[in-house]
Every structure is written in structure tokens, then in C-alpha cells.
Design a protein around this ligand. Structure first.
Ligand SMILES: Nc1nc2c(ncn2[C@@H]2O[C@H](COP(=O)(O)OP(=O)(O)O[C@H]3O[C@H](CO)[C@@H](O)[C@H](O)[C@@H]3O)[C@@H](O)[C@H]2O)c(=O)[nH]1
Ligand SMILES: [Mg+2]
Length: 193
């Protein structure tokens, strides 16, 4: 049975439609035992996103970025967040979007890019699906300083780190962003073996 036959949407209330969209939906869900049960769930729609880990095999390095994240700050993390470059798709194809975003945020114009997987980042409340990429880079691909768009409030620092240091930073808590941990662990398992 397709899942759409197990869900009957009864009402959708828009709680906030400002920069992104927050909705409260009342629906009935058909449980495994066949009974219909009413539920209410909020969902936050900020679109889908793409992220990339640029890596250099000879140097054993990766490129990450570091920036202020208000939701992280308000949840008690007292430092800038170290992340892989990432951006909202805004209706574009993930590979097209991530190339532009990588150049904007890191200053590197990447060549071949490989899709490795997709994942929902916070499925209980946020609709977002993330598209994950890796790309080999070399120093000649650096065409600018990166840093993001100051007019949009972005103030991004570019980091080139040895993969072993980046992995150690997951263990000691200096890297705490989920998509970044996933990319670094992918690289450790499949690229820097
Ligand atoms: N005015 C306003 N602007 C916003 C708001 N939220 C985001 N923006 C603007 O929208 C830009 C979005 O930047 P992107 O680089 O496209 O996206 P991102 O925030 O880096 O998203 C990535 O990182 C997130 C945090 O890990 C991920 O949640 C997301 O999946 C994605 O990977 C921000 O820089 C900021 O200028 C808001 O509530 N109000
Ligand atoms: Mg970004």
C-alpha cells in the first residue's frame, strides 16, 4: 500500500510564512493494526539543501568553513560553527547549486563533483533533505577568498585542515555539525584509506 493511502490530511494551518514556512497539520494516520489515529504535527519548510566536502588526496586535507549560527548559539554553543560548505537549493539542481555555493563560501571553483548520498537532516520537524557531494580540489582551483555574501549577513572563514585533524575535532567536540561529521566519516571510510 502506498503511504499516501495511510495518510488523510484534515487541515493545514500556516503558523508563520516569513523567510521560511512553518505549518501545523492535522491528519489521520493508519496505524500498522489498521486503526486510523488523528495526529497534529508542525513542520518547518526551509527547502532542500546541498553540501560538499572538497578533499585533496596528496595533501590529505579538506576544506571547511566557519561561521556564526544563531540557532546553535541560542542552544548554548559558545563558538562559531565549523561546517562543510552548504546552501539552500532555491529551485536549482543540487549539483549546480553546490558548485556556486562552494565558490561563494570557500573561494574554490571545483571540477568533478561526486554525489555520495541524500539524507533528511531532522525528520521529526524539518522537511529538509540534504544532497551530499565530495570533490577533489587542488590549490590552482582557488579563484577567490570565499567568505559568502556580506549583504546577506554571511561572514565566513575558510579552513584547510588535515583530514586527521578534522576527524580528531569530531572526537573532542570542536566539530559538532551533523552534515559535516557525515562527510568527514565518509571521507575517512572511502577516500583517505
Ligand atoms: N533575513 C533572513 N535571512 C535568512 C534567514 N535564514 C537564512 N537567511 C539567509 O539565507 C542564507 C542561506 O544561506 P545558504 O548558504 O543558502 O544556506 P545555509 O544556511 O548555509 O544552509 C545550510 O546549512 C544549514 C546549517 O547546517 C543546514 O540546515 C542547511 O541544510 C544547509 O546545509 C543565509 O546566509 C542568510 O543570509 C532568516 O530567517 N531571515
Ligand atoms: Mg551556507
Amino acid at each position: 500500500m502506498p503511504l499516501s493511502d495511510r495518510v488523510r490530511v484534515k487541515n493545514v494551518e500556516v503558523l508563520s510564512d516569513d523567510y521560511y514556512l512553518l505549518q501545523k497539520t492535522t491528519f489521520e494516520y493508519r496505524r500498522a493494526n489498521g486503526e486510523w489515529q488523528q495526529q497534529v504535527r508542525e513542520s518547518y519548510d526551509r527547502g532542500n539543501c546541498a553540501t560538499v566536502l572538497p578533499y585533496n588526496l596528496a595533501q590529505r586535507t579538506v576544506i571547511l568553513v566557519r561561521q556564526f549560527r544563531y540557532p546553535v548559539f541560542v542552544n548554548g554553543y559558545d563558538d562559531l560553527l565549523i561546517e562543510a560548505a552548504a546552501g539552500v537549493l532555491d529551485g536549482e539542481a543540487p549539483e549546480v547549486r553546490i558548485r556556486a555555493e562552494a565558490e561563494e563560501e570557500t573561494g574554490y571553483r571545483l571540477g568533478e563533483i561526486r554525489k555520495i548520498f541524500e539524507a533528511f537532516s531532522s525528520p521529526g520537524s524539518v522537511t529538509e533533505k540534504l544532497h551530499f557531494f565530495v570533490a577533489e580540489y587542488d590549490p590552482s582551483m582557488r579563484v577567490g577568498d570565499g567568505g559568502g555574501l556580506a549583504a546577506e549577513g554571511e561572514d565566513i572563514e575558510v579552513l584547510e585542515l588535515p583530514i586527521d585533524s578534522a576527524l580528531a575535532m569530531i572526537t573532542d567536540g570542536r566539530i559538532v555539525d551533523a552534515k559535516t561529521i557525515m562527510l568527514l566519516q565518509y571521507a575517512a571510510l572511502n577516500i583517505f584509506r
